[in-house]
Write a protein that binds this ligand. Structure first.
Ligand SMILES: [Zn+2]
Length: 257
């Protein structure tokens, strides 16, 4: 516990980290101590954070040598992001909450199922007012050497700020040896082509890298990833609120006391 706190003890996320540690201590069986910190008042805005665990259902995404599916890791991390973000008063929606996706009977082939699923996610995002999308994925590469997390963004000022803040927390506490920088997302990802709101894609690490994969397989590391994403999100809330014409007058309520 002390080690985790120390690793995450950096300017800008101290409040988020310590309160989140209390949260994690409450829900984790293997953490016996708690951090004696009072929870802050929540910071409420009209923005809805849409959390998108990549793949799922008939689409497992990348598969490790041992047969682990990317979709399952994505979902586990995304559910933790949902819980932590909710703890801080952020309204959230998930694009899926299970590995099972209820496809209509009209979808026969895997391709048809994928198209149906992607269009459902597009519809959900585009029908949500004041939405921000964070999509969670795991990277994969033929060569086992690449490692570390990287954040991708759509070409939008708000997305760039959010990606930068999440990447900064990753650089501090997730992948300190990595020199990866945020990058604009490619035009080959259907969901990101079709949505209008600010959006980032978080590649948490490489399933093809043995070190990354060992970490990605643990519950504690998934919690740490979720904490990094939520920390970056909370640091971006001024910009996100401004993007949607909101004010930031309640910002001072996120203070440790
Ligand atoms: Zn993926």
């Amino acid at each position: 516990m002390k080690k985790l706190v120390k690793e995450l003890f950096i300017p800008g996320i101290i409040v988020v980290s310590m309160v989140a540690m209390t949260f994690m201590a409450t829900f984790s069986d293997d953490i016996k101590t708690t951090v004696d910190v009072m929870a802050p008042a929540v910071y409420k805005s009209d923005v809805t954070l849409i959390i998108d665990p990549g793949h799922g259902g008939a689409d497992g995404g990348a598969v490790s040598d041992s047969g682990a599916k990317e979709s399952e890791i994505n979902l586990a991390v995304a559910l933790k992001i949902r819980d932590l973000a909710g703890f801080f008063g952020v309204d959230t929606i998930m694009t899926r909450q299970s590995e099972e996706i209820p496809y209509p009977e009209s979808t026969g082939t895997i391709r048809e199922k994928k198209v149906y699923d992607q269009n459902s996610r597009v519809d959900l995002v585009n029908s949500t007012e004041n939405a921000i999308l964070i999509s969670v994925h795991q990277n994969n590469y033929p060569d086992a050497s690449p490692s570390g997390g990287q954040i991708f963004y759509t070409e939008n000022d708000c997305s760039i700020v959010l990606a930068g803040n999440i990447q900064e927390v990753f650089s501090s506490s997730i992948s300190p040896d990595s020199t990866r920088a945020p990058s604009v997302i490619g035009d080959d990802i259907y969901l990101f082509q079709k949505i209008d709101c600010p959006a980032v894609l978080v590649e948490c690490g490489f399933m093809s890298n043995p070190g990354d994969f060992a970490l990605l397989s643990t519950d504690s590391y998934r919690s740490k990833l979720a904490l990094a994403v939520v920390s970056g999100y909370l640091q971006s809330e001024d910009d996100i609120n401004s993007y949607y014409g909101g004010t930031n007058e309640s910002k001072d309520s996120i203070l440790l006391y």
